[in-house]
Design a binder for this molecule. Structure first.
Ligand SMILES: [Zn+2]
Length: 133
């Protein structure tokens, strides 16, 4: 697991403060936004159990609780477009939106991964990243 993946999973599992996690991820964000975006996108899509529209009640809940102003562009996009279309739009936003995009995606992953750990993973699972110390 890369350093970034470790940060993402620790934040999701409440083993690292959310804002500190964002700060750590942002340190070299300008060099590898694309890679970080793809990693978070893959994590999110994997964690959503509904694989046709990638839209569940919990996914909606995660969008509605992102700790940013709801008028920010990435949140408006997430609320108004179907999941896959929203993500393709997020990938094309100007660079000054990068940190808001990453904040939104890390939050979404934290909420839906927590739900997954509390349901399908509850009695043990084969996700090695769910046994971080
Ligand atoms: Zn698991």
């Amino acid at each position: 697991m890369s350093k970034k993946e470790e940060i993402i999973n620790k934040v999701a599992q409440d083993k690292l403060d959310f804002n500190l996690g964002i700060q750590l991820l942002a340190e070299d964000l300008e060099y590898d936004f694309e890679e970080l975006f793809m990693t978070l996108k893959n994590y999110i899509f994997n964690a959503i159990p509904e694989k046709i529209y990638y839209n569940t009640e919990n996914y909606q809940k995660s969008i509605n609780t992102i700790p940013l102003k709801p008028t920010y562009t990435p949140i408006v996009i997430l609320k108004h477009f179907p999941t896959r279309i929203a993500f393709s739009k997020l990938a094309k936003l100007p660079q000054n939106e990068n940190i808001k995009v990453i904040t939104s995606l890390l939050w979404i992953f934290k909420v839906i991964d927590t739900e997954r750990r509390n349901t399908e993973c509850k009695n043990g699972c084969g996700h090695f990243w769910h046994s971080l110390q």
